[in-house]
Design a protein around this ligand. Structure first.
Ligand code: AMP
Ligand code: FE
Ligand code: FE
Ligand code: ZN
Length: 312
């Protein structure tokens, strides 16, 4: 396997260097032996991914995936386009949302698969988060500009697709577009991190309430990357237990931000709590190094998720 993407590669995935050879062979093999290849966490331009939903699906196909979940932050905006693209390509698209949650200033991400996108409580929470993210974008950019960082709110807004969920990555994208920095990462390291003086929080529901709302909407809640080492504090086992008591269905165990010992620990925790273990890429196009399909979920875990998901 060649893991690097060649310069100018259209897609940012595992098999980008040999798209014409390896991936189709892998897909034929997979179909023949019913070896489904499942990635349940990916972002598009509906939030902070860099590719439109249909292109994310095309990349998944090229990487040899048979099932992809689109899980943009706090929105269902990309669902229709992704579903139509998946139908054209003959792969399964699981509609999802990565719900931003927060407790005592800690940010927690909750994946929600197959919820009813019209459920009033869910819609209300997503709208509230979106509105707060908007205000917060203004506040962060104002602080940065006041301190002499060359960025304007107009430049940042130009990076956000109409109706999409705005976030810190779009501030980074504006700085990349105007040549101030070379990549999103740089903006996060210098200005956008959780401990930066420019950081401003946005409204997000408590994770236990979010689990309850997702279940009420017929969705399947799975906690995203709880042991990510890149996001400040990790999520405590106690909070995961509390969420499990409220109806959490799974833990995203396999994720590139999890060190090997964390993967082992979370796999144990999932077993003890009777939760499903998933693995996924958290693909963001060229916005992050994560390659689509770099981590995967077992068909058995997907079956549990699809059996419990009644919202869509
Ligand atoms: P926000 O939801 O607006 O607070 O922004 C958080 C998002 O920023 C996460 O979902 C990540 O996709 C993205 N992010 C965090 N750190 C980095 C980084 N170092 N490089 C690129 N993207 C990042
Ligand atoms: Fe993101
Ligand atoms: Fe996340
Ligand atoms: Zn994500």
């Amino acid at each position: 396997r060649v893991l690097m993407n060649p310069p100018g590669a259209r897609c940012h995935h595992l098999y980008a260097s040999t798209p014409g050879k390896v991936a189709p062979a892998r897909a034929v093999f997979a179909r023949h032996y019913d070896l489904r290849v499942i990635d349940l966490h990916a972002h598009s331009t509906a939030s902070d991914g860099t590719e439109p939903p249909a292109q994310v699906v095309a990349c998944a196909v090229e990487a040899g995936l048979t099932t992809l979940a689109l899980t943009d932050h706090d929105t269902t905006l990309g669902w229709d386009e992704a579903t139509a693209a998946a139908r054209r390509h003959g792969i399964r698209l699981v509609p999802g949302i990565e719900v931003s949650c927060s407790r005592r200033h800690q940010s927690i991400h909750l994946l929600a698969y197959l919820p009813d996108p019209t459920h009033p409580d869910l819609v209300a929470e997503l709208e509230r988060a979106l509105h707060s993210r908007d205000t917060r974008l203004d506040a962060m950019v104002a602080k940065m500009a006041a301190d002499g960082i060359p960025v304007t709110i107009e430049e940042v807004r130009a990076q956000v697709e109409p109706g999409a969920t705005p976030g810190r990555p779009h501030i980074a994208d504006a700085l990349v577009a105007s040549g101030v920095i070379g990549h999103r990462d740089e903006a996060f390291a210098r200005w956008l991190g959780g401990r930066s003086p420019y950081y401003v929080e946005h409204y997000a529901p408590d994770p236990v309430r979010a689990v309850e709302i997702v279940r009420a909407a017929g969705g399947v809640p799975v906690i995203a990357h709880p042991r990510s080492v890149n996001r400040g504090r990790v999520v405590s086992d106690e909070l995961i237990e509390e969420m499990a008591a409220a109806g959490l269905v799974g833990i995203e165990v396999d994720h590139r931000d999890h060190p090997a010992d964390a993967v082992a620990h979370l796999a144990d925790l999932a077993r003890v709590l009777g939760l499903v273990a998933t693995g996924s890429s958290d693909y963001h196009g060229t916005g992050k190094l994560n390659r689509i399909g770099e981590r995967t979920t077992s068909p058995a875990a997907l079956e549990v998720i699809e059996a419990l998901g009644t919202g869509t």
